[in-house]
Structure formats: C-alpha cells, structure tokens
Design a protein around this ligand. Sequence first.
Ligand code: NDP
Ligand code: MG
Length: 396
Amino acid sequence: MRRISIFGATGSVGVNTVDLINRGGGRAAFDVVALSGGANIALLAEQARNLGARIAVTAYPQHLDELRRALEGSGVEAAAGPDALTEAASRPTDWAMSAIVGVAGLRPTLELAASTRVLALANKESLVCAGALLRARCAAHKTRLLPVDSEHSALWQAMNGEDAAKVRRLILTATGGPFRTWSLAQMANATPAQAVAHPTWDMGQRISVDSASMFNKALEVIEAANLYDMPAAAIEVIVHPQAIVHSMVEFCDGAILAHLGTPDMRAPIGYALNWPDRAPLPVPPLNLETLRQLDFEPPDPLRFPALRLARQVLAAGGGHGAAFNAAKEAALDAFLAGQIGFLDMARLVEDVLDQPYVRAVITQIPRDLNTVLTIDTVARNAAEDWIAKNKGLVSD
Ligand code: NDP
Ligand code: MG
C-alpha cells in the first residue's frame, strides 16, 4: 500500500488532494501517515478520521485540546506546533504533498525532502526562499521533486522526454487576475475583497491576492528558474485571461509545446499523484468548440511591478529570494489588515530589498535553514518599519 502524507491538508490544494485520495480508494488504497492543518480543526479531524491517518498535526499549540477532543476514539494521534509538524514530516512515505502556505512550509518541506520518495510541491515559497537547499536535499536523499503549481506542471509535461539543453524559452501564462483591465488609480483603492475575487481559479486567500498583484507570477518565475535551471532572460510571462493554456515551452527549432486544460488544480495534483503514469481525473473536459478563442497580451510593467522585482531577485541571487518572499508576505498581511494600499505592496518590497541592513544579509547564499530564517526575520522587521512609517498614507 502506498504510504502518503499531506501537509496543508485543510487548504485549497490540500482539500483537492484529499478529494483525489478519496476517489482513488481512500484508506483502503492508501496508508495515510500524516495530515497537517492550521486553524481548521473540524476539517482536519474529519479528514484524519475518514482516511485513518496515523497522526494529525495542527500548526498551532492552542488548538491541541480541540484536536484531541475531535479525534477521541478514532485511534488517530493528535499533535501540535512547529516541532510536531517537523516530526510528522520526518516519517517515511512513498508520496508526500507539501501544501502549507508561505515560508511556514519551508521546514516541513525540507524534512519531507529527506523522508519521502516523491515530493509533490505546491509550496512554491520553499523554492523561492531556499531553492538550492531544497534541491540539494532532494538529490542527497534521491527524492523526486514534482511541481504541483499548474504552470510548472505544464512546463514539465511539455518537456517530458525532451533534452533540457534544447529548451530556448519557458513561457509562463498568467490570467492577469481580477485587476487585469483596471487603471492604476482604481488599483490604488482596491480592497482585499476585490483582490481575492479571482476570475478563473478557486484558490486560497493569500495566493489569490498574490495573483491580483502578480506577486504570484513573480514567485513562479523564480520557482521556474530553480526547478528547470533556466536564466531569468529565458523565462517569459504572458497574460492569458482564459487560463486554458497553463504554460508553454519553446525549443531551439522554434517549436512551442503548450499544455491545455480546464483550470482545475486536481489536474496538476493528479498528474503528480499518478506520475509516472496517467489516470483519469475528475476534471471537466475542455470543449474547444464553445471556447473558440484564446487571448494573449503582454503584462503591463507599470501596473504589475512585481515581475520586474522577480527578475532583479534572480539576477542578484544569494538570499534575495528569501527576503523578497518575507517582505511580500508582510506586505500581504498589512494589505489584508487594511494598513496599506494594494499598490503599496510592491513599493514596500522594493524598499525593503534596498535597505542597507537587509542588503547586508542577503548577499550570502542560504546554505542552511537558519540562514534562510534569519534573512526572513530581517526582511520582516524592515517591512514592519516600512508599514509603521507609511500606514494610513493614501498613495497612488
Ligand atoms: P490555503 O491558504 O488554502 O491553505 C494553506 C494550508 O496551510 C492550510 O492547511 C492551512 O491550515 C495551513 N497553514 C496556514 N498557515 C500555516 C502555518 N503558519 N503553519 C502551518 N500550516 C499553516 O493555501 P493554498 O492551498 O491556496 O496554497 C498552498 C500552497 O500551494 C501555497 O504555497 C500556494 O502558493 C501554493 N499553490 C496554490 C494553488 C491553489 O490553487 N490554491 C495553486 C498553486 C500553488 P488552516 O486552513 O487549517 O488554517
Ligand atoms: Mg500557478
């Protein structure tokens, strides 16, 4: 029986993963080692009971009693806190999903890289903050790292069986998010509720706001560079509002291979789950007759500065990715809390990367987790200073 674990099981990617596991036979077909969640204890307990997990872990110690009560009589072990997450991630599995949101997913992901055979990676922040470290750990433990991000899964499928040296360009598609046609002035006053309303993908709150600002695409450019060893200049972003072409690869002979499908995260999750095989998935088939049209347009660098920042991060290397992500996460929290405006997020990130005391720590290449976390803390502190100085100032 295949042993599996799902970290971030109660989130958007996690719930889709659990859905596929249930459709694939649930506890009768899988030996579920560990499930993790955060504050949604009722869902975590329900998933753990249904799948007969050996352990369920909440990231938050204050929820341990509630989790214990919810699991009473089930035989599922309950645990809480960062150390429990790490311990659960160290338990051997054949396949593991890393779908915690943010840098909080980094430590468990590094642990999974050493304990599982196949690591399905949704937590792109791990690659952005510690790409070299994660890849080295996977290589040392002969763990196969599979992308779950739909764009990176598309690139990987298009490159299947091809010689990587013959790839000329990776073309990442972006939907453009809810503000694709908005003016700068409108975007300056955008509210969190407007930013979360993604037109095509149903995702968690944080990644939805990142899609609206294109910080998500910025993270994905860095993710692609790390996954496929490509220079920033060979990674292009094109806006494609229908979200049908999930990404494309251009080869040295000019051929472009694209991956098309209905936007549904169960497609890339299922590909990673069934890899190296393919199996039917509960994804509605694509109807080209009703679709009729696919549009493409270049992203507007003025309204979406995050893409330019991603290229600067890749050019600078070292710990810039970790600082970029930390500043971006802090900016997102401040925007969701109503402290700063939508466009301030990119301003904050750019200013933080420019702070002398941040620059002093990000020139070093993060070779261990502690260095990454130190950079993360320094950048978050700089972000807090920025927010304290600028909050409440309406800027456009
Ligand atoms: P969600 O916010 O929906 O879920 C996040 C998961 O992580 C939940 O299980 C949540 O628990 C848990 N969690 C939240 N904070 C912490 C923490 N501090 N420590 C440990 N666990 C925590 O996120 P998504 O599913 O949208 O995204 C997950 C990852 O996948 C992200 O890295 C995202 O960028 C990536 N991704 C997501 C896609 C999508 O379609 N959603 C597409 C491509 C990539 P709880 O909810 O119980 O509090
Ligand atoms: Mg994506």
